[in-house]
Design a protein around this ligand. Sequence first.
Ligand SMILES: [Zn+2]
Length: 340
Amino acid sequence: MMTRRQGLRWLAAAGLAPALPALAQTAPTTAPAGGAPSAAGSGQTRLILLGTGGGPTPLPDRNQPASVLVVNDTPYIIDAGNGVARQLMLAGIGVQRVGRIFITHHHDDHNADLGTLMGLAWSNGRTEEVHAYGPPGTEGMIRAFVDYFRPSADLRRAFSGGADDPAALFMGHDIAGPGEVYKDDNIRVTCIENTHYPNGGVKDGVHYLSYAYRFETPDRAIVFSGDTAESDALVGLSRGVDVLVHEIVDPHRTAEQFRRKFAQQGRPAEAAEKLIEKVIAIHTTPEEAGRVAEAAGVGTLVLNHFVPGYDPAERTEDWTEGVSRHYRGRIVVGADLMEI
Ligand SMILES: [Zn+2]
C-alpha cells in the first residue's frame, strides 16, 4: 500500500495537486522516506534511487534498476528498468518531464522500459524531444519502439491526444566508446567501459559495451557504476566524486538461491554451480566495492542493484560489513525512492 507521502508526491507529479490546495502545499517540500529535504527549485542536484533490485526477475520490494538526477528541476534518468515511470511518479516527478535517458548497458533489467518511458512521456503531454544515450543498439531500439508505439500514437493523434509525431521526438544515440557523452547547461556526462561482460565483452568478433557514467553538475559529481566486476577504469572515473552509486552482489546468498532454484526446477546441480560462477564473476562483492570506493576516495558509497534482490533472511550488515573492511567513508544501503 502506498504511503500518504508517496500519494502526495504522485498527485504533484500527475499535476493533480492544485485541485487539493492543502495537499499541494505539502507535496513539493515533503522529503522522500529516509532522504534529505527536497531541494527542488533550489538549484541543488537531487539524486533519487528509483529501482535498486538487480536482475530480470520482478521483486517484491525493489523495482528494476533506475535512478534520476534532478538538476535545476530537469530530470536525467539513469537506466530504465521495468516500472521506471511509476517509480518516477512516486518520487514526485511527472513522466512527461523526461527528456534525457542514459542506459548503462543492454541487459533488460536496465532497458526494458526505455521505449515505454518515452511513450508514456508523450502520452502524458510531452511535446519536446526525448533523447536516449547508451551502448550500440540504442538507436535501433528507439527506431523499433517508434514502430511499436505507432498504433497507440495514431489512435491518440486521431481522437484524443497531441498532434506531434513520436518519430520526430524520440531519438536514440549510440555511444561508441569512452569519453564525453553529453553536455548541457546543467550537466556534463562522461563514461568509461566497465567490466560487466566476460572476455572484455568480445564474442565472435563483436565488442559488446557496458558503461559507467560520471555526471558533473554545478554542485555535485556523481558516478553510476552500472553493472560491473571490480574495475580499475571505474576507480579512475570515480576519483574524488561526492557519490559513487555502485552495484553489489552477495556471493554466498546468491549461490544459495541459485542452488535452491535449480533443485526445485529439477535442473542439474552442476549447471547451477556453473551459472553461480558466471554471475558472481561479472558483479562486485562488498569487499571489492569497498576497495573501489577507497581507492577512488569517494565521499559516499551508495550500494545499488542488489543481488540477490530479495531475501527474507537479509541483514543490512550482510551488505556493509565487507565494504567497511576496506572503505572509511559513508556507506548508504540503497532503497527504492531514497534520496541522497
Ligand atoms: Zn543488472
